[in-house]
Write a protein that binds this ligand. Structure first.
Ligand SMILES: [Mg+2]
Length: 180
């Protein structure tokens, strides 16, 4: 799904992004958790989100995952995505985000946080380019500079990645690679 053109007032915020932090459940997934009778968990991820993360990383933008739930499946996906960092079981996300920003020596104004639920709002407020997915809670959408047209698990992260890369004038280079 093609991203919506950003308002000129928001282009500046997207242009400055050097770090993207994604919540996992409801953002990189639909929020569904599949459990079998032995308690083994599985989740569905979108291939296009994976490609979006790859594009961001290729253009020097770090991408990390920050999840409130502990999950071996997500750890496996984070590894596959070659995420810059992955933290799970983080109930209080804001102090963790501050720690991450400090370790990267990056101001929040250069970060994008993609969230869907109330737990994400404090992190979104710290970031220059807060993004909510289409299925996010209305309060989360209110806290966002950009609301994706795609739902979590259905390309929302890819859409946000393209918005950022277009604002930074890097999307043309990506297109050239595939159809010069
Ligand atoms: Mg969530």
């Amino acid at each position: 799904m093609a991203p919506i053109e950003l308002l000129p007032s928001l282009r500046g915020a997207a242009k400055s992004v050097k770090l993207v932090i994604c919540d996992v459940d409801g953002v990189l997934t639909s929020g569904a958790i599949f459990l079998d009778q032995w308690g083994v968990e599985s989740k569905g991820f979108s291939v296009v989100d994976g490609t979006g993360i790859h594009f961001l990383k290729r253009h020097g933008i770090q991408v990390g995952l920050l999840s409130g739930r502990k999950s071996a499946v997500v750890a496996r996906r984070a590894e596959e995505l070659n995420a810059s960092f992955f933290y799970d079981g983080v109930i209080d996300k804001m102090p963790k985000l501050l720690e991450i920003l400090e370790s990267l020596n990056l101001p929040g104004s250069q970060a994008c946080f993609i969230g869907d639920d109330l737990i994400d709002i404090s992190c979104m407020r710290l970031c220059g380019f807060p993004v909510a997915v289409q299925n996010a809670h209305p309060e989360v959408k209110k806290a966002a500079a950009y609301v994706t047209r795609a739902r979590g698990g259905e390309g929302a992260v890819r859409e946000a990645a393209e918005v950022i890369l277009r604002a930074q004038g890097r999307f043309g280079k990506i297109k050239e690679r595939f159809y010069p």
